[in-house]
Ligand binder design. Structure first.
Ligand SMILES: Cc1cc2nc3c(=O)[nH]c(=O)nc-3n(C[C@H](O)[C@H](O)[C@H](O)COP(=O)(O)O)c2cc1C
Length: 196
């Protein structure tokens, strides 16, 4: 069964590297039969948070916000590609996610972190775990950690070298875990409407 998945990525840097991991994940998840879309915060281009989506009168939110709210509501699950700036999250992705709250509820989320070095952005993954939980998602326990990203994925997001092999070995379990929770949440939402 095909699921609707959104892959979020949020670096605004001109020379950004994490797009390689985002591209890899979109491609590999789609290859498993899911309907996958990349949500690139830089391309969406939301301003620094002023009003959350829900704070606009119905029908008056800016088009980019309205469009993204609908995509989030329609999704069955989420993947967050998280880079690490000074041991924490990237502001572009955090700014995008903060525009929404209820739109995120009752779906699973997975975290794939990366960095320039061997620690693979694990501190950003840890920070995101709490953030996504607070926003009403069920964070799956499987994670992917990619580092050094330049030695793991090439410019097209294709795995290279030993790091690439390790990523390709780890990916199926990550995707299986997400897929199982996506199905479970979908079945439960169909059986009983979320309590709030
Ligand atoms: C402002 C800034 C802070 C960074 N802090 C960390 C850090 O705390 N830990 C780490 O492993 N890498 C850190 N890095 C290196 C990033 O892992 C690397 O630049 C990575 O490619 C950033 O993601 P991006 O290219 O998608 O923007 C930092 C990079 C920047 C630009």
């Amino acid at each position: 069964m095909s699921h609707r998945l959104l892959v979020f990525y949020g670096s605004y840097r001109s020379d950004r590297m994490g797009i390689r991991l985002a591209d890899y994940l979109v491609r590999e998840l789609a290859a498993r039969g899911d309907d996958v879309e990349l949500i690139d915060a830089k391309a969406v281009g939301l301003p620094m948070l002023d009003r959350m989506y829900k704070e606009y009168p119905k029908g008056e939110a800016p088009a980019a916000l309205e469009d993204l709210a609908q995509k989030i509501r329609d999704a069955d699950g989420f993947v967050f590609v998280t880079g690490e700036y000074n041991w924490s999250v990237q502001p572009g992705l955090k700014n995008l996610t903060d525009h929404f709250l209820e739109e995120w509820f009752w779906r699973p989320a997975a975290i794939a972190s990366y960095s320039a070095g061997r620690f693979s952005g694990v501190r950003s993954a840890t920070a995101w775990h709490g953030i996504l939980s607070e926003m009403g998602m069920v964070v799956i326990s499987s994670t992917l950690g990619v580092g050094p990203i330049s030695q793991t994925l090439d410019e097209t997001g294709a795995p290279i070298g030993e790091g690439g092999k390790a990523l390709a070995r780890a990916f199926p379990r990550f995707a299986d875990d997400l897929g199982w929770w996506v199905e479970a949440a979908k079945a439960q939402r169909a059986k009983r409407a979320p309590p709030y």
